[in-house]
Write a protein that binds this ligand. Structure first.
Ligand SMILES: [Zn+2]
Length: 698
């Protein structure tokens, strides 16, 4: 669609209204610094906040890459969209009148805008219908549930506009069609009704459910969450994605929480609607919930905008699913937290309670006290690593060390890392000071050795990238087009730690696949399949190539072009899908071998530089020990009582400990590569029949 030519009045109005801090702040976490704001620049690979945003001058500027301009330029560059698209987007956001220079296009635009307004109106009417139902005899059971089970006062039920969807196939449909004269197609677009299979009309999506309206920041209804009352599944049914309701973008309760977040200077993120409602009812109104999905970085950015100190407290349930949700949310913001851009804490309530249960038993004062004591995310993660381990058993002790080294390896080498190494060593030593010192030293060396990122291209050799691209593509093609193999592929990737694809478009595709599967199966089920704890037959039912094609077409058409060869394989590639297990084994062995070899090169490098350092330190110590004129190994020591050779030996023995550690890591990695080659050989032989195969190069 060609863009309409906008009237200068509209452009001026947008420039006037679009505040630079507001616009940039929606995409970048901004921290106040004097009269300006700073944040991580989205236009280059920024390590420390290089972008400055000036509210007085209404522009942004990056001191590293030179990006700069006004609010409109920022969005044009970030979203790679045209001037008029950005102006339109902003005009809609701030609800400014849109005038164009062109008659027919103006009409089309008006129609588009009025459609959003119509959807808002339909959702508001539905909300009113559900509310009135709650007060009628049909809704009596739902109202009883809210009052007795949830202990909610009428004022809270009113404030959150809770309602009830009658247990009929066409309760809402009939009401809105007959009383308000609304077309079913519009109800479908609002996510309220579902077309009957076979094409004979529509039926209500929500039936016999307690209804919780979901609102945007401005307080307009954009969707619903419906809780079943009779134990039928799913327990919570949410509106599907619509033109108004985008998951991962909105937070439940944010419309009511903004002021309190600003005042309290921190935000609490909980899991469920009723946790938010219970907290608000208890006077803790800085609480919000992610909407049935993992907390996204976009949602976190939204929260940070309301909160000057950027303090977030995650209070997820203490069960397995809650802990995983917290871990994933941490993963989303880890970089920002590591850079000190936000202060992330994790609150785990005692005895595995959720906030609603806790408030009922203890009250708001105790809950606030727990919020104040909530540990910083890294402390919480350390506890997660140690949870359930018996440190007096050597295998579990080693497991703890491995987990902690991986965790602390992410920290940049600063005073913070030193402090954590010390803290962890003390913890592991069980209070024995000597042991603690030794452990600290040991951990420090291991963390140094582990500071290696699989994605870095530094340890790569020419040709590696092409080999890897082909192998990754083969795995993904098999996954998309051999549905019955999906569970096996997931398990294999999980077992070999290959779930992190190296190529960006492959990573994006894998994320899109996973999120589609998660929507259909749920996260718990998907993780059980990866661990091999579930057969995963349900994975085979999804028509992934079609679903992905549709989704990418709407959301990321550029990416779709890159991925088309995977979604629609050629004849030759199709032939490769005939022996899926064979090809899978080959492709994952290639990927794992490459990863291992990269690690070998890294270890070798770390090892040799360590040896040089050791030698240098030996010589330096010798010179310091009062013999400036005597070269090491000189046959005439000036101090005859000193056995120089023995001292050098001792120094080497002491200082070479590190090198030996690298050495053993290196050997085990090489042995692993040899093992992978063995697997590859047997696979080649299967493919080639009984023909002999050339040995692989080392
Ligand atoms: Zn920059």
């Amino acid at each position: 669609m060609s863009q309409p030519r906008l009237h200068p009045r509209t452009i001026e109005a947008v420039k006037e209204r679009a505040d630079i801090v507001d616009v940039v702040g929606e995409h970048v976490v901004l921290k106040k610094k004097g009269r300006e704001f700073v944040g991580i620049c989205p236009f280059h690979d920024d390590k420390s906040p290089s972008m400055t945003v000036s509210p007085a001058k209404q522009f942004y500027y990056c001191f590293s890459c030179g990006a700069g301009g006004n609010a409109i330029k920022f969005l044009m560059e970030l979203q790679r969209t045209s001037f008029s698209e950005v102006v339109l987007e902003l005009a809609r956001k701030y609800q400014l009148p849109i005038e164009t220079l062109d008659g027919p296009q103006q009409e089309r635009l008006r129609a588009q805008l009025s459609r959003r307004e119509q959807l808002h109106r339909v959702l508001t009417l539905a909300c009113g219908f559900f509310r009135s139902n709650l007060q009628q005899s049909e809704g009596q059971a739902a109202l009883d549930y809210l009052r007795s089970n949830r202990g909610l006062q009428p004022a809270t039920i009113e404030a959150f506009e809770l309602g009830y969807a009658p247990d009929r196939w066409d309760g809402l449909l009939q009401h809105l069609q007959q009383v308000e004269g609304i077309e079913p197609a519009l109800l479908e677009a609002a996510g309220l009704v579902v077309p009957r299979k076979g094409g004979g009309g529509f039926y209500d999506r929500f039936r016999g459910r307690l209804m919780v309206p979901i609102k945007d920041r401005q307080g307009r209804v954009i969707g619903f969450g419906g809780r079943s009352l009779d134990g039928s599944e799913p327990k919570y049914l949410n509106s599907p994605e619509t033109e108004l309701f985008e998951k991962g973008k909105h937070l439940f309760g944010l419309d009511k929480a903004t002021e309190a977040i600003r005042k309290d200077d921190r935000a609490v993120v909980v899991e469920g609607y009723f946790d938010v409602i219970a907290l608000h009812a208890a006077g803790i109104s800085n609480a919000v919930a992610a909407l049935g999905t993992a907390l996204s970085s976009q949602q976190i950015t939204q929260l940070c905008r309301c909160c000057d100190s950027k303090r977030l407290i995650l209070n997820f349930d203490a069960d397995g699913a809650g802990v995983r949700a917290a871990q994933r949310a941490i993963g989303e913001v880890e970089q920002l937290a590591l850079q000190g851009q936000l202060e992330l804490r994790v609150l785990q309530l005692p005895a595995g309670k959720d906030p609603d249960e806790y408030l009922k038993a203890h009250g708001a004062g105790d809950y606030r006290a727990l919020l104040d004591q909530a540990p910083v995310w890294l402390d919480w993660q350390i506890e997660q690593v140690l949870a359930g381990l018996d440190l007096s058993r050597s295998d579990q002790f080693q497991q703890a060390v491995t987990g902690l080294v991986a965790l602390l390896g992410k920290l940049p080498a600063t005073a913070v890392r030193s402090r954590y190494l010390q803290q962890v060593a003390e913890r592991l030593s069980g209070g024995q000071a000597r042991l603690a010192l030794q452990l600290e030293d040991d951990l420090r060396q291991q963390v140094k050795g582990q500071r290696w990122h699989g994605r870095s291209s530094r340890w790569e050799q020419p040709g590696d990238a092409g080999v890897r691209e082909r192998a990754e593509a083969e795995v993904l093609r098999l996954y998309l087009h051999c549905p019955s193999e999906r569970a096996a592929i997931r398990q294999e990737l999980h077992r070999r730690e290959l779930e992190d694809f190296a190529l960006q478009h492959h990573r994006l595709l894998w994320a899109a696949i996973s999120s589609l599967e998660e929507d259909n199966l749920g996260l718990g089920q998907l993780e059980a399949i990866s661990r091999g704890a579930s057969s995963g037959e349900a994975l085979a039912d999804l028509d992934l190539p079609r679903l992905l094609g549709d989704q990418l077409l709407i959301e990321q058409s550029e990416l779709l072009n890159r991925l088309t060869p995977l979604l629609e394989p050629s004849e030759v590639q199709r032939a490769g899908l005939e022996q899926p297990q064979l090809h899978l084994r080959g492709a994952v062995a290639v990927l794992e071998r490459q990863k291992s070899l990269k690690r070998c090169r890294h270890l070798l490098d770390a090892w040799s530089s360590q040896r040089l350092e050791t030698l240098e330190r030996c010589i330096a110590r010798l010179l310091e020990s009062g013999q400036p004129n005597s070269a090491p190994g000189s046959s005439e020591p000036s101090n005859p009582g000193l056995d120089m050779e023995a001292r050098i030996d001792a120094l080497f023995a002491e200082l070479n400990r590190d090198a030996l550690q690298f050495q053993s890591l290196y050997y085990s990695e090489r042995k692993h590569v040899a093992h992978l080659d063995e697997q590859r050989r047997s696979r080649l032989q299967e493919v080639a029949g009984s023909e002999p195969v050339d040995p692989l190069p080392a």
